[in-house]
Design a protein around this ligand. Sequence first.
Ligand code: GLN
Length: 541
Amino acid sequence: MSLKTKYIFVTGGVSSSLGKGIIAASLAKLLQAQNYRVTIQKLDPYLNIDPGTLNPYEHGECFVTDDGAETDLDLGHYERFLNVKTSQANNVTTGRIYQNVIEKERKGDFLGKTVQVIPHITNEIKDRILSLGRNKEFDIIITEIGGTVGDIESLPYIESVRQLKWELGEENSLVIHLTLIPYLSAAAELKTKPTQHSVKTLMESGVNADIIVCRTEHKLSNAIKNKIALFCNVQNEAVIESIDAETIYDVPILMQKERLDKVVLKKLGLSTVKSSKMDRWKVFLDKLKNTKKIVNIGLVGKYVELQDSYKSIIESLTHAAVANEVKVNIISIHSESINDNNLRELLVNLNGIIVAPGFGERGIEGKIKAIRYSRENHVPFLGICLGMQMAVIEYGRNVLKLEDVNSTEMKEDCKNPIISLMENQKSIINKGGTMRLGAWDCQLLKNSKTEKIYNKKIISERHRHRYELNNKYLEQLNKGDFVPSGINPETNLVEIIEHKEHPWFIGVQFHPEYSSTVLKPHPLFKSFINSSIENSKNKNN
Ligand code: GLN
């Protein structure tokens, strides 16, 4: 069957933070389970070229793809749900759209025309949407429009959707509008008016919603669903309830029960299979909800107030815990709050410690104290990126007894720059998109712990950092218990260090959390949780 690529647009109304990304990912998962090849794209209406320059407090974690794109954290959900990789093409911001149009203008590509939002910006947006379908890699492309309908900055996107819907035709495109049905406790009633208004706002831009997904804290009665259908111009079956869920991994199943996949496929004129392939997902969900045994994992970082800052790490721990049939209790510890007086009290009940990635000086001494504690007390330790760099500094200071050991990121003129800038980074002035980014190969040391964990000789993992372990110190580290167990074969940079004598002490310069998925938990996280289970057994004896 040669299919025409189908396009689904997801817009949001009434309020932000309704979880468009999760709805898009859940729908994509269900369509994938119906044997369609699906990808999801996120269009972000802000002027940064990418979220790489944004503080995690602003926008949560920055997710990195294999091709080195710094992207919105929703792409992490897409990959974790679909088990399919995304790339730069899956995340486009207004900044990037304008940058491209302005570059073309400077080249003279517009042949003397006045360059305007319509048609030039909208053409560029449409091109970004359609280009994902060009090489016929996917049957269905879901495009999530960031922001809320009615926002000034969303207008060019909504106009592009309007044009595309018209150009592609009824059978090849549809719009899903995600809204909120608030519950007024004083009146004990669910209210549909904000949804009616937001659908109207969408219509003012010439776009009809085909399906309305309603976020709600309470079940929607048929009467309410029919009312929404009547006032919002959609069929009754196209009003979908999306009730608050215990975990994001419930959402595909809830959407399946609401027949979202069936309604979508019917509207797009696509066939449905009898039994959709969600069995493995259901097994995962069952284990996630029903395992009782708990391991306590400390997550030491400086952005811990905001859960979204460490989204991928938290999800990777969840996947790995399910694979080990335990529940992970993640205890966030603010690295700035750690001092010699409270160190023990904060860490004594942990079965494993992760020191998180990060930038800048704030909170690093606390991270170093937590690392020393896990090294000396044989608590399983995983250091990610900055966490690995701090583990090397801790070793340099407390075991090798070197004086004034640091990273040049924190102290440029330190005596022993055990972490420093690579030569080719020294001349870089621009901050955006200039780190060592994306997937790099890494050769694992024979018979090392890491080689056993991966059960491979060469791995490929994603990076996002500027500083590196300084190879001048390699010999000293190697003489001790610190083994460089992963080396970049191209540049000779150390990507992994492990402690020989410790039960589980591994630091990685890359970000394993970007490549853990529900159906393919990451080996490092799996092994880390496994060792944390051993730690909890020893503690209980
Ligand atoms: N700040 C460190 C660097 O740039 C680590 C970055 C990170 O943890 N992602 O090298």
